[in-house]
Design a protein around this ligand. Structure first.
Ligand code: PA5
Length: 429
């Protein structure tokens, strides 16, 4: 409907413009009420003057790149998914970005094998650590930090403190206390920005800057999105249109949303999206179930179900018109495989045609497809898309009448786990 940088289109199915625009007054109500939520610091932050912050992040990132072979990022949920998503989308499939070093993640699980192998892997490398936790007390990263801190002290002695950077709340939490006492350098997570909305703060920016990504470009893209998507009129706001489309489809019985793309580098971006929507909307027995597929790989895995299984799925298809790096199909005079007819094409062109074919086949199979189109897969447009999804998610959750910014359900497993560990705790008192 609009001329913005990101275009939201319903590729098939009965959702016409009128049924979407019928939500205008409800959307306006939610839009006007959004600032009343405390945790909306991310809404205007890309519009603020963030030059000094970006400069200090780049300064530390440059030091890490000069003194280390690998940065170990410790975090879970919103404290690592965004950084990993951007890194994977914008760094080479094989090898490192020309401006960056290796960035690896720990504290996202409690596998003993994982952390043990990581320590062995690090032994031949120079290491920095960035521990990220808003609350400062989450079990997975806290345990990983305990291990990494001891490891760094054993390897670097008095110099270990210079190699540990802490990203946490500006005022409170166990991690904040540890950092103050040990003299670790710190970046603050704004109090009014929750974990899964924090990727455009130091939480995501420091790791991706170390990986070689231009965080100024990333934030410029987010700034453009924050400007364009501040628009209350549904017809001019593609994020709100996307929120309304998924809301209507949910009401029609399409209970599962599949985020799909044809570029494998986006599969970690899918994971970030899944957490954003799953944790923001899955409440009070409501919410679309967010799931993801990486095509064409998954066409050979769950393509059959999508095409022919229960009609509970709709697809949100991410499409970047330009992907850096491509290759022509080579000519082979033997032509034993019969594929010489494709030699006028590149792989990316065939991939785009396969996307078109998939959308047409899914239309025939009565799978609604929402397409989100962007000009290019780069830092600028990814910054735009991240902001787009956060704004759409906040709108979508509010349309469902759930709080987009809390996560009471996540506490349930933590309580049970701590109850089970309580006996040990009492034993060591
Ligand atoms: O979105 C959220 O709030 C959560 O996913 C948190 O990011 C996650 O639980 C990690 O929390 P913390 O950063 O406090 O360690």
């Amino acid at each position: 409907m609009t001329k913005e940088i990101l275009k939201t289109t319903m590729l098939n199915c009965s959702l016409d413009e009128q049924s979407i625009l019928a939500f205008q007054s409800r959307v306006r109500e939610v839009h006007d009420n959004l600032p009343n939520y405390y945790a909306t610091g991310w809404v205007d932050s890309p519009l603020e003057d963030n030059k000094e912050l970006l400069k200090s992040i780049n300064y530390v990132a440059n030091e890490i790149k000069a003194c280390a072979d690998v940065l170990v990022v410790i975090g879970v949920g919103g404290s690592f998914l965004g950084a990993r998503a951007i890194q994977e989308a914008l760094t080479p499939y094989f090898g490192l970005h020309k401006n960056g070093i290796e960035v690896v993640y720990v504290g996202l699980n409690m596998s003993g094998a994982y952390i043990r192998e990581l320590l062995a892997y690090l032994d031949s490398k120079q290491v920095y650590v960035n521990v990220i936790s808003k609350s400062g007390g989450t079990m997975e990263p806290a345990l990983a930090f305990r291990v990494m801190r001891l490891y760094m002290e054993e390897r670097y002695g008095d110099k270990a403190a210079e190699r540990i950077i802490v990203t946490t709340d500006a005022e409170k939490g166990i991690l904040k206390n540890i950092a103050d006492q040990a003299g670790y350098r710190q970046f603050a997570i704004p109090d009014n920005v929750g974990g899964r909305y924090s990727v455009l703060t130091p939480v995501g920016l420091l790791p991706v800057a170390v990986a070689g990504i231009d965080i100024i470009e990333l934030m410029d893209g987010a700034k453009r999105a924050a400007t364009e998507l501040a628009e209350p009129e549904l017809i001019y706001n593609d994020a709100y249109q996307y929120a309304v489309m998924r809301h209507i489809l949910f009401a029609q019985g399409y209970t599962n949303e599949l985020l799909a793309s044809f570029e494998p580098g986006l599969s970690k971006f899918h994971e970030w999206w899944k957490q954003l929507f799953g944790e923001s909307e899955g409440k009070d027995r409501k919410g679309l179930f967010p799931s993801t597929v990486s095509f064409s790989t998954d066409l050979h895995a769950i393509g059959q179900y999508i095409q022919d299984g229960r009609r509970i799925l709709f697809e949100t298809l991410l499409h970047f018109h330009e992907i850096e790096g491509d290759m022509q199909v080579p000519f082979d005079e033997r032509n034993e495989d019969g594929l010489n007819y494709l030699t006028s094409r590149t792989f990316n062109e065939i991939n785009a045609i396969s996307k078109q074919g998939t959308a047409l086949a899914h239309a025939e199979g009565e799978v609604p497809v929402i397409q989100l189109e962007l000009p290019k897969l780069d830092a600028y447009h990814l910054g735009y898309l991240i902001y787009f999804f956060m704004k759409a998610c906040a709108m979508s959750a509010c349309l469902l009448e759930v709080d987009p910014f809390d996560q009471p359900g996540v506490e349930a497993y933590k309580r049970k786990m701590l109850e089970l560990l309580q006996e040990e705790k009492e034993g060591v008192k």
